[in-house]
Design a protein around this ligand. Sequence first.
Ligand SMILES: Nc1ncnc2c1ncn2[C@@H]1O[C@H](COP(=O)(O)OP(=O)(O)O)[C@@H](O)[C@H]1O
Ligand SMILES: [Mg+2]
Length: 285
Amino acid sequence: MNPITVSMTRFMQEHPKLKYIFFGGKGGVGKTVMAGAAALWAAKQGKRTLLASTNPVHSLSNLLEKDVFGKTAMVCDQENCFAFEIDTKDTIERSKQEIREKINWFLKFADITTQAEEFIESATMNPAFALWVDKMLKSREEAKSLRELLSFSKKKEADPLMDYLLGFKERMARAKELLTDEALTAFFFVTLPESLPIAVITRFINWFHEFGIPVGGVIVNGVIQKEQVADDAAAFVHNRIAMQQEHLQEIWRIFGERVRALLPLFETEIKGAATLHRLESSLFA
Ligand SMILES: Nc1ncnc2c1ncn2[C@@H]1O[C@H](COP(=O)(O)OP(=O)(O)O)[C@@H](O)[C@H]1O
Ligand SMILES: [Mg+2]
């Protein structure tokens, strides 16, 4: 019972221009190890590969057994494969600093004496930042045209805040374009044969469809191999196998042709080169 119609390998063959591969799912299901295995595979196909993580939990360093936090290192001695854990805190801080400078310039320019800090905090920590950028752009444009109307000279004035906002908007539009291009981007969702992780990715997949973000498929991880279990194994093992079988039925029912791989529960965790190579050959069997 393994009715996979389009495997990982076949999906990759059908998407030769694929450039951005993401792995999503509930915590602990195996996103990091799958990303590692996929990076290794891509590198072995001759592609220059970057395995990146934005997760504040430093899981890549743990997986690769070397420190890649805020710096790159080679993955499993594969010369064209590098890993990098993004220092999210530092990245956000730098972006805040950038916008802080522009806003302070604007406040000074407009002769407003107020503390910019609270404003910057709410602007940069808010998920609706893009909407805020739009609003700011509009009011900056209005202020600008008003100033132009009132002044007799038509010479163009430098406006760092406006430039920043326009640049930001352009970058976001470009990112959206790349992330919604199904030739370039694919999101894979990892689940275990358990109810909660299945529920999580069912929701994710619906959202992704709504946003037009390409879903590459579903990877089912941690499947206990029945034939490896003796008849007299402990009851909880047999119960777990039965539970997994039920959830596997549900997975076929919900995701059907979108299932790309079924991966066994290995006898050890995935850590270091040997197990990662092994997972890679299993994911791209
Ligand atoms: N198929 C598997 N067999 C055995 N251990 C696994 C398997 N997949 C993942 N693991 C282990 O499970 C843990 C969670 O995996 P991880 O990739 O860090 O999850 P996530 O990134 O989704 O939080 C890790 O210790 C990993 O080594
Ligand atoms: Mg992880």
